[in-house]
Design a protein around this ligand. Structure first.
Ligand code: 0GY
Length: 312
């Protein structure tokens, strides 16, 4: 069967863009009731929510309805929609997706330092519970730290947190800045370790020592982004993303009460391959090896952070 082409509305996708996977397999792992996807995005649709002029890539559309279908298919109960850099600080698509989920979604916004208290109150009413600070040069022009500190001071009274996305080699320079922020922190994709370095080595140890600070949460997400060994070998000789498992398992074992899981759908900026989201969940029992650790990772930890008044 020919699959319909995926588009960006009136925009041209970045050359070589890999579209998200259509018709995913059934979930390889049965998610427990109440599972939360704490890291997913919506892209446009571009015709309705135009991509930001300052974006560094143009994705294929990934709408709230398509996200909803994926979650229904996988058995995900609630979600956190993270503002993607291709929408800059225009949070409309993310907010629209969060509102439409009728209490089953939270949002993470991108805001500028001149954001007003009224704007923040509006975002809070819509379901936003944090902002994202992104330090990846290929995704954003870095904001001055003073601007980020201003934003953090403005959002702290709302009980929000800051989601930080950085490369592992930048942690040494950023750690003191992070520690001085007056909010909890949520670290994207385990701080992007170089998985060719051992989980017992000094680089990952630095990250683990950072993560053990109070009020730091870690997303054990994106094996498909971090892996060098890649998806499963066709001859069955190698499991998928095998090289990321030891790092993620170590994080889950050291911080069972502050780890979070997410799909990263629709997987922006992958270059080698696009994973089948149904098969990706096979990662979960490999990194959280007991029922209790899986329940914390998938259900109770994210509920505590994002729905403290309505835990699963
Ligand atoms: C992710 C990772 C990436 C992109 C973004 O907002 C974004 O554009 O987060 C990436 O390219 O590594 O978390 O989706």
């Amino acid at each position: 069967m020919t699959k319909p082409p995926q588009t960006s509305g009136p925009f041209q996708k970045t050359p070589g863009w890999l579209d998200w996977y259509q018709n995913p397999s059934p979930s390889a792992f049965t998610l427990p009731p109440g599972t939360v996807d704490t890291h997913c995005h919506v892209f446009g649709p571009g015709a309705e929510f135009p991509y930001a002029p300052e974006r560094k890539y143009t994705p294929c559309d990934a709408s709230k309805d398509q996200l909803d279908s994926l979650h229904a298919h996988l058995g995900v109960a609630r979600r956190v929609v993270v503002q993607a850099t291709c929408h800059g600080a225009d949070n409309s698509a993310m907010v629209d997706a969060v509102r439409a989920a009728d209490g089953r979604a939270r949002g993470i916004a991108t805001v500028r330092p001149d954001v007003t208290d009224a704007e923040l109150a509006g975002l809070h009413a819509a379901g936003v519970r944090g902002v994202r600070f992104n330090f990846l040069k290929r995704l954003v022009n870095r904001s001055p730290k003073e601007d980020l500190a201003v934003i953090a001071r403005k959002i702290a009274p709302l009980g929000w947190h800051v989601v930080v996305y950085f490369e592992s080699q930048d942690l040494a320079e950023l750690a003191d800045f992070f520690t001085a922020l007056p909010t909890p922190l949520v670290v994207d994709h385990m701080g992007r370790p170089d998985v060719e370095l051992p989980p017992e080595g000094p680089e990952f140890a630095r990250f683990l020592r950072f993560a053990e600070r109070a009020d730091v949460w870690v997303k054990v997400t994106c094996p498909e982004r971090l892996s060098r060994t890649g998806p499963p070998a066709l001859d069955g000789e190698r499991e998928s993303y095998q090289d990321v498992v030891p790092h993620a398992r170590k994080v889950v074992e050291e911080f069972p009460d502050s780890v979070l899981w997410g799909t990263d759908w629709p997987h922006p900026n992958l270059t080698g391959h696009m994973p089948d989201d149904g098969l990706l969940t096979s990662w979960i029992p490999r990194i959280a090896v007991t029922d209790e650790s899986r329940r914390k990772l998938l259900v109770t930890n994210p509920a505590r952070l994002y729905w403290p008044d309505d835990p699963a």
